[in-house]
Design a protein around this ligand. Structure first.
Ligand SMILES: [Zn+2]
Ligand SMILES: [Zn+2]
Ligand SMILES: [Zn+2]
Length: 264
């Protein structure tokens, strides 16, 4: 199983428009963060996690082939704002979108033209599949179990993802947990997030508490709770600091993800 980070930034991306801080003016490409999204791929299946407003830009760098399913964590614009740009991918057939009831309702509301009887020619052909926490489903040879996490007061989804077929080679990723935009999680959910090879979790910045996003220390606490052997932090804003300096401050089994990073 291969994971590609398409974007690792918070809702407004990094650099922030108009900002002249050292991170936003950094020449290190690791300090440029598009909105959060990732691709999970096996030899036969390709799953996208979230489809934000940078989707088009992100997919220009990837091979043009079928997307077998899209996992939606929640319906905030930075996670679903690129769904109209799925149009070119509909040459491979309709696209299945997996979202919880709340996110599915919001997608129907935001893109009504995709769900009417007589569609305008050329609109993206989307099948909304409503999923629930703890009820696993498969897309090709990828198994997904939704996890309930809280984004401030909004219940959203994280995903535990594993490959069902062809035992991965010794060095290959066999499972991962992807959680973004979390602030809190019930202890009952911890077992669903535990025991994967890789944890991906949001960390906005080091200081200044946020009502709906984890800070770095809170993300590190969560990583310890789920005993993650390796943790990668995403959904970071410019206040987190320079990529290289942040990584020096983190424990050896935790680091900041960056746009374009690939794990196999
Ligand atoms: Zn977000
Ligand atoms: Zn800045
Ligand atoms: Zn959000």
């Amino acid at each position: 199983m291969k994971l590609t980070f398409l974007g690792t930034g918070t809702s407004c991306g990094v650099p922030v428009l108009g900002c002249q801080c050292p991170v936003c003016t950094s020449t290190d490409p690791h300090d440029r963060r598009l909105r959060c999204s990732a691709l999970v791929e096996t030899d036969t299946t390709r799953v996208l996690i979230d489809c934000g407003p940078d989707f088009r830009e992100q997919m220009l760098k990837q091979p043009f082939r079928k997307i077998d399913g899209i996992l939606v964590t929640h319906s905030h614009y930075d996670h679903v704002g690129g769904m109209d740009d799925l149009r070119p991918f509909c040459v491979f057939g309709d696209i299945d979108i997996y979202a919880d009831h709340r996110a599915a309702e919001n997608i129907r509301h935001n893109m009504p033209y995709c769900f009417v009887e007589n569609k305008y020619p050329g609109v993206p052909k989307l099948n909304l599949m409503e999923v629930e926490p703890h009820k696993p489903f498969t897309i090709g040879d990828i198994m997904v179990t939704p996890i309930r996490v809280m984004h401030g007061h909004i219940p959203i989804l994280g995903f535990r993802i594993s490959q069902t077929t062809t035992p991965p080679k010794a060095h290959e990723l066999s499972s991962l947990t992807y959680i973004t935009d979390m602030k809190t999680i019930s202890p009952d959910e911890i077992p669903y997030a535990s025991g994967t090879d890789l944890l991906i979790v949001n960390a906005l910045r080091f200081t200044k508490d946020h009502h709906s996003h984890l800070l770095v220390d809170e993300a590190l606490d969560f990583s310890r709770k789920v005993s993650a052997p390796l943790t990668l932090l995403i959904h970071s804003c410019h206040d987190i600091g320079l990529h290289e300096e942040v990584n020096r401050r983190l424990p050896s089994n935790v680091r900041l993800a960056y746009d374009g990073e690939v794990f196999v």
